[in-house]
Design a protein. Structure first.
Length: 128
């Protein structure tokens, strides 16, 4: 029997039935929040290819390296504007909690998203 791992995005579904489908390209995010949650999951599982692929081309870095010591442990959605299935732009305000050896902390960001050709992309964000 295989172990069902909960998706890091916090919705309570198994990873294989949730954000893993977006990471694999089997599904597209229907909303800005869904993309934001899937990107958080990508940080949690170390999927830099997905992070780069879902970064808007106007702001996408050429490369991305993640700290292998950092563990993302919880995501809280604090608010959103727009970002629905019929919107072209949206924001998601969130707090992401993490652990590093000897340190725990959180990152709060108001992220901006844009939908292009039916797909949502992360543009940028403002950190608190």
């Amino acid at each position: 029997m295989s172990v069902i791992r909960a998706c890091p995005c916090g919705l309570g579904e198994p990873f294989a039935d949730c954000c893993a489908l977006l990471h694999a390209g089997s599904r597209r995010a229907a909303t800005a929040e869904q993309l934001m949650r899937s990107r958080y999951s990508a940080f949690a599982v170390g999927d830099t290819a997905y992070l780069l692929r879902t970064w808007h081309s106007s702001r996408r870095p050429t490369e991305l390296s993640l700290d292998p010591e950092q563990r993302w442990i919880r995501l809280d959605i604090l608010g959103r504007t727009g970002g629905g299935p019929f919107d072209s732009e949206g924001t998601v305000r969130f707090r992401a909690h993490y652990r590093l050896p000897g340190h725990a902390g959180s990152l709060t960001e108001n992220s901006r998203f844009r939908r292009t050709d039916g797909s949502w992309f992360y543009v940028d964000g403002d950190h608190d």
